[in-house]
Design a protein around this ligand. Sequence first.
Ligand code: KMH
Ligand code: ZN
Length: 275
Amino acid sequence: MTTGTLITVAPTGAESVKTEVPALPVTLDELVLTAKECEALGASVIHVHVRDDEARPTLDPGRLRATVAALRESTDLIVQLSTGGAVTDPEADRLAVLDAAPDMASCTMGTVNFGDEVFLNRWEFVVELHTRMQERGIVPEYEIFDLGHLSALQRLLGRYGLPHGGHVHVDFVMGVPGGMPGTTATLVAAQQMLRELPEGTTFSATGIGRTSLAVLLAALSTGGHLRVGMEDTVTYAKGRQVESNMQLVARAVGFAQLAQRPPLNTAEARVLLGL
Ligand code: KMH
Ligand code: ZN
């Protein structure tokens, strides 16, 4: 049965530079304002990376705690902190993200070439993230950058058990140079592999850069959910910069409604994700 659409906004990320992308929300005030506006449009989850006073990515524990508190105070959004951080972040800092006690956190299922860099996710590190989240009642979103990451997830769940809440939700992050391509054929292949995972496993999909629309349409037509935002896409159309995260969320909501899969509200999203 096809359900409504879970829409996640990823407003900031760790890669874009504020001076090159002035609309990127980097301060707490900018983030909270964006969050409120995206929630009003139909987003129900926010995937959060924070920045320091110079707008550089940071995993500063105090900032992460303050961000979780501010988002909870001003919105009903499900707060998902990134444990991916930036490619330069050490494992200890990435694990310490969980100390900010978010509702959800990302958990990337393997190492991937990431443009000219490497996004390192050793097996032991992934196991540590998964088991700490189980102990602390934090719901993971398993980030899948390549098809082999789904086999790693099958192995993880087989050895260490289901996540807190019992529901498995993955996000296909497609179109990263070095990861799986952002095409319909690849998305269908990834979706087919979900058959090897626990029944009821759900997926969102994210197309980086110019793959965003192809991935969005493929996800909607295969029963998937959507992640959009300036973490993943800063070009709205050829020659046209994204003006705001709201513009991307509004476009996703429009497509979801056309597909007769309207956005889930935050209460419905909590039920879907086992929160
Ligand atoms: N910034 C990337 C290196 C995540 O948030 O968990 C990792 C990333 C994935 O964005
Ligand atoms: Zn991220």
